[in-house]
Design a protein around this ligand. Structure first.
Ligand code: ADP
Ligand code: MG
Length: 694
């Protein structure tokens, strides 16, 4: 149960004065629907009314506050739809205050002729004269307190005014109670960090642009709270899982030796190292929860095979789960020769398996007649049960979040879990998303890979590129041609891809194919099949060309509107080529002129194929929030912490969380109890629940 001290913060924003259903809906879009969402949303700007320039000194478009003499009122002539104007001056010049639909009686009172007033607003120029339309403030210089000197500005949304958002946030902040301190006192003192409540009050009362800096103690304190909540929650989840009794596998190496004899290559050192880490983990009695990270083409699948063999050798079953049908089938195909050599029984289960065939497979699985089941999400449906499942391998994991991982392994017996991802993730980010797992990395690629010749070419040279593709196709080469989604949603705009399909068909005839997200699995497979079999020379695709798809003969990757893709995504796409000893190329077709950021992305891509380096740059250029694009969830979005700036704090939070759990596993000490409050504050109820469930 959430501690009652937090209740006021978890009330609906409608509880605030001046916030009705309409405004609440807007606030929800800008920050969130609860009061806590407002207080955890930092201001992005500050209005400073402390500057009092002379009228002539103020810059156009700037916000300025003048002390002026009210010279004369000019109501609009009767019947004309003109604004009401009030001319004011100081000893440097004149400024006209402009009011549309101004009420004369109100304006006469607010701006009495011959008196002095402080007026504040944005300076504009109109017919060679300076003016302020609807000043933000008009106050008597004797009562300057009626005008705030500083005002915080928050992220807004269409229809929501800065003033409304500010008023709501001020009220919300006032409702925040003093909370028991969850941070270590010496650590706070060493950093000169204030208490939570005091930090919060300062956050929402910036006095300068400097106060908005992510490096100010106030902001650092709040960012650290958020990161600590994240790391603590992940460790609690991890511990609950590891402690849930695993098994020590007893492999004998016999199947592995047979499969190894069938391998046409030697493991790289990086693969050997990863295998050793994984085996050590599986042979220990605790449950394994491990991430295997390796760039595209680094050879994760083979590593997975040997991990699976170890598990099967010890008499149990294994499951290999891929995010899509195509990938599941490809794994089946890749692994078949080795599975046969090793003598393991393998089958596939996807949503395409229906009725009789499916029932058969399920029975075999239950009887233990299938050693390795490959499949999609279908593997984890209620009706699927194994005889003795000891290992689950999940491929291309970045599409799953912590929560899905939790539900996945809650199924039946508690198998070891190996999760594989081809998305290189900067260390900092890996901790936030995979902090509940141990990590192994494959840091080198198999020998003999040639670099992919990567070029950025403006779209106005499209004709040339098409000619080039035709020549390559005539020589038996194969190419991917990627068209971007216009919108990142399930309902993709297909026209770009379909138009390109038509225009290439006119040149290449039936040697062109297309795959996109609106085709059924069967339709997609049929096209992919023709691409593998080299019946198709050019495959047009929206980004659905699955991460992980392997068609080694394809040597050309063309990415249209490359400027619309993120770095990591471009890197993934490029990884589809350069998978054999043949020379490959990647052409980034862009629409000129390129923005600074897009230019930097394409440049980095041309300079390196090192996925980890690219991931670090991606983090730097895009910020952690959208590193992998909105569609690929599984990464927490932080509100107060920014990993591009607070990376060092994250490492500290990790260490801190470890120490906390070592000393106070159930969070029962006074600090432990305060930390529970912290977890609830950041809505990590899931993690707190694990504490009580034992
Ligand atoms: P990933 O899944 O990491 O992207 P794959 O496992 O699909 O990579 O491997 C890519 C290709 O490299 C496959 O054709 C695979 O057979 C081959 N491969 C894997 N390991 C090695 C190795 N040690 N030496 C040579 N080729 C390898
Ligand atoms: Mg793979």
């Amino acid at each position: 149960m959430r501690p009652s001290i937090l209740n006021p913060l978890f009330a609906d924003v409608k509880a605030l004065t001046g916030v009705g259903p309409k405004i609440a809906a807007l606030i929800e879009r800008a920050a969130g629907s609860r009061i806590v969402d407002l207080i955890l949303t930092a201001p992005i700007n500050v209005i400073d009314r402390s500057l009092r320039p002379k009228i002539q000194e103020a810059g156009l478009g700037a916000l300025a506050t003048f002390e002026v003499n009210v010279d004369s009122h000019h109501p609009p002539p009767k019947g004309r739809r003109l604004p009401y104007k009030v001319v004011c001056s100081d000893d440097s010049g004149f400024v006209t205050l402009v009011f549309f639909h101004g009420r004369p009686d109100y304006l006469q009172k607010a701006l009495p002729e011959g008196e002095k007033r402080l007026v504040s607003g944005k300076i504009e120029e109109f017919n060679d004269a300076l003016q302020i339309t609807h000043p933000d403030y008009i106050v008597d210089p004797e009562k300057p307190e009626e005008m705030p000197v500083f005002e915080a500005v928050y992220p807004l949304t269409a229809g929501l005014s800065a003033a409304v958002m500010r008023k709501a946030t001020i009220q919300a902040t006032a409702r925040a109670p003093e909370l028991p301190e969850w941070q270590d006192a010496p650590w706070l003192a060493a950093r000169h960090w204030p208490s939570w409540k005091s930090a919060l009050d300062s956050l929402h009362a910036p006095q300068s642009h400097n106060d908005l800096s992510l490096l100010m103690p106030v902001r650092m304190r709040l960012a650290y709270d958020e990161l600590l909540a994240n790391q603590l929650a992940l460790l609690l989840i991890r511990n609950a899982r590891v402690k849930s009794k695993g098994r020590a596998i007893k492999d004998n190496g016999r199947m592995a030796a047979k499969a190894k004899a069938a391998l046409p290559f030697e493991f790289t050192n990086a693969q050997k190292h990863a295998l050793k880490e994984i085996f050590d983990d599986m042979r220990a009695p605790d449950r394994m929860v491990r991430l295997l990270q390796g760039d595209v083409g680094s050879g994760k699948t083979i590593v997975a095979l040997f991990v699976i063999l170890a598990s099967v050798e010890s008499g149990a079953q294994a499951a290999l789960m891929a995010p899509t049908e195509i990938l599941a089938r490809q794994h089946l195909e890749t692994l078949t020769p080795y599975a046969e050599a090793a003598g393991i029984r393998m089958d596939i289960l996807t949503s395409r398996d229906k009725s009789a065939g499916r029932a058969d497979k399920l029975q075999h699985l239950k009887d233990g007649d299938i050693d390795l089941l490959i499949g999609t999400h279908a593997i984890f449906q209620e009706t699927v049960s194994f005889k003795d499942l000891a290992l689950v391998v999940i491929d291309e994991q970045h599409r799953f979040g912590v929560h899905q991982r939790m539900t996945l392994t809650q199924k039946g017996a508690k198998p070891d879990l190996l999760v594989m991802t081809a998305t290189p993730i900067p260390r900092t980010l890996a901790l936030t998303a995979y902090g509940d797992m141990e990590v192994s990395q494959i840091t080198e690629k198999p020998p003999g890979r040639k670099p992919v010749d990567t070029r950025a070419i403006p779209l106005n040279r499209l004709e040339e590129i098409i000619d080039g593709v035709k020549r390559a196709a005539d020589k038996g080469e194969q190419a991917y041609w990627v068209c971007p989604l216009v919108e990142e949603s399930d309902f993709i705009d297909l026209t770009a891809a379909e138009d390109r399909f038509e225009s290439l068909k006119a040149i290449l005839g039936d040697r062109v194919g297309i795959v996109h997200g609106r085709m059924s699995g069967l339709e997609k497979d049929a096209v992919m099949e023709r691409f593998y079999n080299r019946d198709i020379a050019v495959l047009i695709a929206t980004t659905v060309i699955e991460v992980g798809v392997n068609a080694p003969n394809a040597t050309i990757m063309i990415i249209e509107h490359a400027e619309r893709f993120g770095l990591a995504q471009l890197h993934q796409l490029r990884g589809r080529v350069g998978r054999s000893d043949k020379a490959s190329s990647c052409i980034l077709l862009y629409k000129a002129p390129l923005g600074e950021n897009a230019k930097a992305r394409l440049q980095i891509l041309r300079e390196t194929e090192d996925g980890f380096l690219i991931a670090e740059e991606d983090l730097r250029l895009r910020g952690a929030g959208d590193l992998l694009g909105a569609a690929q969830s599984g990464f927490p979005r932080f509100r107060l912490a920014d990993l591009a700036v607070h990376g060092e704090l994250l490492a500290a939070a990790r260490d801190d969380a470890k120490l906390i759990i070592e000393r106070d596993q159930k969070l029962e000490t006074p600090r432990g109890k305060a930390l529970r409050t912290l977890l609830y504050l950041f809505s990590r109820d899931d993690a707190v629940r694990l504490l009580s469930s034992g």
